[in-house]
Design a protein around this ligand. Sequence first.
Ligand code: NAP
Length: 488
Amino acid sequence: MLCATVAEKTPKKAIQWARRAREYADLLELRVDHLENPDDMDRVLERVPEPLIVTVRPVSEGGHFRGSPRKRHRLLAEAVNRGVEYISVDQAIPLTERENIGGIQILTYHNHRETPADLSSLLSRYQEDEEADYIKISTYCNNLNDAFRLMDLEPNGTRPIIVTGMGEPGLITRILYRKTSSYMTFGAANPGNPAAEGQPSVRVLSERYRVQKRDPSTDLYGLIGDPVSHSQSPRLFNELFNEHNIDAVYVPLKMQQTRTLGRLLERSDFQGASVTIPHKRTVIPYLDSLNPYAEDIGAVNTIARVDDRFEGYNTDARAAVETLIDCWPEEDVSSEMENPLAGTKVLMLGAGGAARAAGTSLIRAGVDLTLTNRTRERGEELASELEVSFLPWEERETITDLDLLVNCTSVGMKPMSDLSPFPEEHLSPDMVVFDMVYTPAETRLIQAARDAGCHTITGDEMFRRQAHRQFRLWTGIHQEENEGEPEN
Ligand code: NAP
């Protein structure tokens, strides 16, 4: 079941959001402790659709209720008397008091700091509680490993369990709850007002991730990286899976340490992933093989399960050149010219994973490439590997007669969106400016280049092409009409 948590200050807003959320959710949780006046509970209960969970969580348990324990118990008893289906309780309420309150009780353990080491013993202790009908374990996931431990939790007793991971790494526990022993999952009724950190809206859980339809046979794909919350990939891939009726879900997997990947690769439902900052190189030792293009580049942005082995690919490389060729100014392309890049003078900004991929394919396309990077050592190292010239970062504007400027740095990406990686006064109208940053696509560099009269190519053009190549590696399905050879 998908439950929408309503955590509003006023009865009017609580009723509004409860009604809207019911379109996506199977039941609602009313957080009475979020109401400015908890005595407004009755007014809300009269007007919102059933079934319901009523929660009056005190500050000591991580909630907002500041009244006395007596008042809290009275509110919960009132909710039960009104016929509310479930109430959320905790062990701060004495057993005898909980017996008096009655109703179907969800005994909740909350930990807003961490996911304790021995979850199984914790759950066993809760299973011994005489008044509990359901047991909810909701803990903060400091990393993806915490989320996997929560997902592995078995009821180990007679009461059904509900498991929720808070924080960004905990998102997978909410999306894949039907692959775990969890009886339900929670989302925010109001997307702008989640009750817990990392809680997505019920609309996103229902429409994008289709959480109610997932089951143990659903294939798992994901985005491995840090940060991942800005990414467009979950929206795009989940739409593609739905469009093609593929029983698969694509989940953002905030991964700080590459070693967590081992845990993911052990899962039989895991079929593949996109790989982003900072893991494009560090994932390589975990894979069974690299395709020749990825090996040549030395960076992987795609993992695919092939015959029970994990293979690494790089779709950025070909997508970068494909984007440039497709979006090159029309007046510069004659009908018989297949590759307008050949012989062009190019300055590439950056020496990270994207630069490594784009640099390799630009050289293959026959450009005259110069590389610059803020950290000289890293820039010189890549320039020497690619066998191209290196220009110190402080001198990047001194290069003359440029045909193409390619930004492969993350400057311009949120939260650096008010910065540009190239001095704007040195942009000239005969330059093509390609910015790989796609969040946002309209970067400061793109705006300045447009103002200077340059032909501009935005990162979303490349993002779409590289993602479609990933989708093809996972499913064999082509999306782009002009999509060239696979990554080899
Ligand atoms: P990365 O491996 O972390 O490399 C980051 C690069 O940005 C490094 O060269 C770094 O220089 C430079 N940089 C970061 N902050 C800087 C600053 N304040 N001033 C100057 N340089 C700075 O990241 P990546 O994977 O290469 O990705 C780079 C960008 O490309 C990201 O925005 C990513 O989203 C985008 N990208 C887009 C697509 C697409 O499909 N459109 C595909 C791949 C990547 P140092 O070496 O000095 O740290």
